[in-house]
Write a protein that binds this ligand. Structure first.
Ligand code: ZN
Ligand code: ZN
Length: 220
């Protein structure tokens, strides 16, 4: 374990910090601008705003699960259009420790954010309410990026991080058709993808072939 930590520390020193922090900087700026506008309008009461924040945070778990399972793990087309993030996520499975893919690209997350904000505005009928829902979603997204980094590159040894690191690495190295949740196992429970298969197996082929072989297992 100590050696793994040392290897990770050496690798972390090579990381492009701007690429690593880019989504946090960008979306923090967006949130600051939105909340500055909310303060100048008819802002929701504090209890209502906190309720919206929690609903937004909970909705992140569903967005994360749905996008991960049904968008990022789609069988890609050999030619033509593929959904944003589909190919880069499958490449992330090919090489989870690559320093080229440290987080979700803005071109992949922006369409989801815009669609979410538009839907939240349409459902709530209020853009300040949509802003608080979106803030909750972003809190979940930031936590997701932090946990994915910790799973593949980080050295934090707290009990919480160790739990999520193991959980996410079981999706990567044990069976990519279970454990889609990164920030919460809740939707894996609800959609029946929490349990690990009893047969020990490792993925030896690209994920989209749908054909996996059984072999000796030493999953993380
Ligand atoms: Zn990952
Ligand atoms: Zn995946």
């Amino acid at each position: 374990m100590k050696r793994v930590k040392q290897n990770r520390k050496a690798r972390i020193r090579q990381i492009d910090r701007f690429q690593l922090y880019k989504p946090f900087i960008f979306y923090s700026g967006v949130l600051c601008a939105l909340h500055a506008a909310v303060l100048r309008s008819e802002a929701p009461s504090l209890p209502f705003a906190m309720t919206l924040l929690m609903v937004g945070l909970l909705s992140w778990g569903l967005v994360e699960y749905a996008v991960h399972r049904w968008v990022l793990h789609r069988v890609p087309r050999a030619q033509g259009f593929n959904l944003p993030g589909n190919l880069t996520h499958l490449r992330h499975h090919d090489d989870p420790q690559s320093l080229q893919r440290l987080n979700v690209q803005l071109s992949e997350s922006l369409p989801i954010c815009i669609a979410y904000f538009a839907a939240a505005w349409a459902i709530s009928g209020s853009w300040p309410a949509a802003t608080w829902l979106f803030t909750g979603l972003m809190a979940g997204y930031f936590f997701y990026e932090y946990l994915d980094f910790q799973a593949h590159h980080g050295t934090s040894g707290t009990r919480l991080i160790r739990y999520f690191r193991k959980y996410h690495n079981q999706h990567h190295h044990y069976d990519a058709s279970v454990r889609y949740g990164v920030t919460s196992p809740l939707f894996d429970y609800l959609f029946g993808t929490f349990d690990l298969p009893t047969k020990t197996r490792r993925i030896r082929e690209p994920l989209w072939t749908g054909r996996r072989t059984t072999g000796n297992n030493s999953a993380a």
